[in-house]
Design a protein around this ligand. Structure first.
Ligand SMILES: [Zn+2]
Length: 202
């Protein structure tokens, strides 16, 4: 795929940002060079997010996670949040990167998280003892893939679901929108610069 076509697909993807299909790598041939060129004006964080998510850049996974943890910890300090477990921000960040599918196949080994649905253990069906029958797994909608709900997030961050819901869930959403905004801004840079750049009309 040429850079022009890749960009057109990337633009379409952004317009549908809310409905991105998990696991698709629509711009697999979008090269590191294209992104490097496009990200020249972006901040380090924006650039790392785009590299990890859109070019599957392994080497940026850890720096991205560290950078986000640093940002979130600073924010927590400013807001004087009471933090019992030291690693909660780190665990929350990893959960978020996996749930938002910023870290996909290549990064999963670097940031390990659940591999399969915790209810059906990836079997896509669950056995009902009462009816002696197998039923489709409702939790993962029979995909067998890990799902993220409040319970799963709380478990990953090693706290009780009630505490997560009351205190951490709103914070998680806040940080999630922070990440989504940075990603959108990073992609805007790529599109604007590449469209105006040396690649010519799409
Ligand atoms: Zn399941």
């Amino acid at each position: 795929m040429g850079p022009g076509k890749a960009l057109a697909r990337l633009t379409a993807k952004i317009l549908n940002y809310g409905q991105c299909t998990p696991g698709t790598l629509a711009i697999a041939k979008f090269t590191q060079d294209d992104v490097a060129f496009g990200l020249a004006g972006a901040t380090r964080l924006e650039s790392l997010i785009v590299r990890v998510k859109w070019t599957a850049d392994r080497s940026s996974v850890k720096p991205l996670c560290n950078e986000l943890v640093r940002e979130f910890e600073l924010y927590a300090k400013r807001k004087r949040w009471y933090i019992k477990r030291k690693d909660v921000i780190k665990r929350m960040t990893v959960a978020m990167l996996l749930e938002l599918e910023i870290v996909r196949r290549v990064g999963r080994r670097i940031l390990p998280g659940p591999e399969v649905c915790g209810k059906c253990k990836g079997r896509k069906h669950r056995f009902s003892k009462q009816k002696s029958m197998w039923f489709p797994c409702v939790k993962c909608k029979s995909t067998g893939r890990p799902f993220w709900d409040e319970e799963a997030r709380a478990k990953y961050c090693r706290m009780r679901t009630a505490r997560w819901r009351d205190t951490w869930s709103p914070r998680y959403r806040l940080f999630g929108s922070f990440v989504a905004k940075r990603e959108a801004r990073g992609l805007e840079h790529v599109i604007k610069r590449c469209l105006r750049g040396s690649y010519g009309p799409v």
